[in-house]
Design a binder for this molecule. Structure first.
Ligand code: SF4
Length: 330
């Protein structure tokens, strides 16, 4: 007999269209997790407000696109609970209650608070909501008492803050309501964008899951390469070329070896090299595109999946909040 399945919880912000980096970094991992765990995956639309509060015009569209991408990529509503944060008011209530016990210094020392403010200069992020978003994140997690939370190394400080809040709550109210979730460390492959920097919405260098084939091919055609290869017969160095990085992710070993050698000896031109990787990426994305088209033709199906997932999530969230208010005697 095996014991009950361990629970995993993870979310994504609908702050743009999903790209290859998100797909390989998160979705592929989620797909594997649902084979072993009781998975809760949610669209964190309130979180998107922490940086996009001034322009909410596309948030609903991004929520829908994100759900379509998840489903098309193989997140299975029969095995995973898929829901949207703003449909479960318990997230906001627990956020408020946890905010009451959160020392401001814990939030100010959060490394991403300063980093993001420096990085996103065009937005005013000196808001209460932005400072407090790790508390909302803690509420998102603790409501579902997950055993594991998938995180990359850079997200570890946030999860630690969630654990500290769980301990502080249990300590103040002499309770054991919140178990401390453990991290499920995920190695993200480094996916570079068309300009050679990390693939990111903010750099406008992404290849999106919703891009049609001609767009994907066009984006790859214009991708930067080893700058030393000015002419076709200049030998290059694949180790400094972002196209080669994509080969390492998407191409089979013999193609990677062929490209490596061909680039160094000018045996292959960049146009042909890019076409080889484009073929592989298209091959990988084709089933997702087919599933996306089907889902787009059937919007009620998406709504039904989210409604069912949100109902299931709400049951768990309500039960936890009941324990919280009992422990706080309010
Ligand atoms: S041949 Fe390929 S790996 Fe070499 S520089 Fe051109 S695109 Fe990059």
């Amino acid at each position: 007999m095996t014991g009950p399945q361990k629970r995993v919880l993870s979310g994504m912000q609908p702050s743009g269209l999903m790209h290859l980096g998100n797909y390989l970094g998160a979705l592929e991992n989620w797909k594997t997790l649902q084979d072993t765990y009781d998975c809760y995956f949610f669209v964190a639309d309130w979180h998107a407000l922490s940086t996009n509060y001034a322009d909410t015009s596309r948030i609903r569209e991004f929520v829908r696109e994100l759900l379509i991408d998840w489903l098309a990529a193989g997140i299975d509503p029969a095995r995973s609970t898929i829901f949207v944060q703003s449909r479960i008011p318990e997230h906001a209530i627990l956020h408020l209650l946890l905010a009451m016990i959160t020392p401001v210094s814990w939030l100010e020392r959060n490394p991403t608070y300063k980093e993001k403010q420096d990085e996103i200069k065009e937005k005013d992020l000196t808001t209460y909501g932005f400072l407090g978003y790790p508390v909302l994140q803690a509420a998102d997690i603790l409501l579902y008492k997950p055993d594991l939370v998938p995180v990359g190394k850079d997200q570890l400080p946030h999860l630690e803050l969630t654990r500290e809040l769980a301990r502080r709550f249990n300590d103040i109210y002499k309770t054991a309501v919140f178990p401390e979730p453990k991290e499920h460390l995920t190695k993200f492959p480094k996916v570079l964008g068309t300009d050679g920097r990390k693939m990111s919405k903010s750099y406008h260098n992404t290849i999106n899951l919703s891009d049609p084939e001609p767009v994907v091919r066009q984006k790859l055609k214009t991708m930067v390469t080893d700058p030393a290869r000015v002419r076709r017969n200049d030998p290059g160095n694949p180790d400094v070329c972002p196209v080669y990085d994509l080969h390492k992710i998407f191409s089979p070993l013999p193609v990677i070896a062929e490209v490596d050698q061909g680039c160094r000896t000018a045996g292959i031109g960049c146009i042909d090299c890019k076409k080889l990787v484009a073929d592989r990426i298209v091959e990988r994305l084709a089933p997702i595109w087919t599933a996306r088209t089907q889902l787009n033709q059937n919007p009620t199906q998406i709504e039904e999946i989210v409604q069912a997932g949100s109902r299931q999530a709400a049951e768990v969230a309500k039960a936890t909040l009941q324990e919280v208010t009992e422990a706080m005697k309010i």
